[in-house]
Design a protein around this ligand. Structure first.
Ligand code: VGL
Ligand code: ZN
Length: 207
């Protein structure tokens, strides 16, 4: 069975000190590096949140709004975020400790100012593909293993789309961290992924 590792959004802005820092976001990096170096994956993909400065998900682009508030964007319910992962900025760069030497392909998302894109596969309205599904199917991949940030947003929607695309989907629970805007968001995200048929494992599996 051909396997791919999908490393979701391990970028400076989602790590401690970043604009949308996920608690302990950097602690998953050694685990991800070990998986990437294990030689057990046929393809290794990284996704990158890659917003233009005028992106509609930034509270700063909506006068009077603050992060955490909700608006309609592209006809969809949208949580507003601090400015993060602006194309070409340091915050949008991959974390310096992430070993990129085994990464075959990078898929960028969130480039359309009028719609957000949590999943590495499709925007939140499922209107446009990033090309990731086509790439993985074309490479004959059957199983995808998902790691990265953030459990309750981009990791969750990437794993759910992977299932919908027919991939056997595995989440490595110790190689993800979440935002937890509400205290149970990570727990609920993991429950939703399990309900959709995502297998949740520990990175010990690859030791
Ligand atoms: C993400 C919020 C906004 C993520 C990206 O990578 O989980 N979360 N943009
Ligand atoms: Zn974003």
């Amino acid at each position: 069975m051909k396997k791919a590792l999908i490393i979701v959004d391990v970028q400076n802005d989602f790590c401690p000190g970043g604009a949308l820092a996920v608690q302990e976001g950097d602690q998953i990096i050694p685990i991800i590096n070990r998986l990437a170096q294990s030689g057990q994956f046929d393809r290794i993909i990284a996704t990158q949140d890659w917003h233009p400065a005028n992106h509609g998900s930034f509270a700063a682009n909506h006068p009077g709004k603050t992060p955490g508030e909700r608006i309609k964007l592209g006809g969809l319910d949208q949580i507003l975020w601090p400015i993060h992962c602006v194309q070409g900025s340091h915050g949008a760069d991959f974390h310096p400790e992430l070993d990129r030497s085994h990464v075959d392909c990078i898929f960028q998302k969130g480039t359309d100012p009028q719609i957000d894109s949590y999943s590495g596969f499709y925007d939140n309205g499922r209107r446009k593909s990033t090309g990731l599904a086509e790439y993985l199917h074309g490479e004959g991949i059957q199983q995808v293993v998902v790691v990265g940030l953030a459990t309750d947003y981009c990791v969750k929607f990437t794993a759910l789309d992977a299932r919908q695309e027919g991939f056997e989907t595995v989440l490595v629970e110790d190689a993800v961290r979440g935002v937890n805007l509400n205290p149970n968001d990570v727990e609920q995200a993991i429950r939703a992924m399990k309900a959709a048929g995502v297998r949740v494992v520990s990175s010990d599996m690859w030791q």
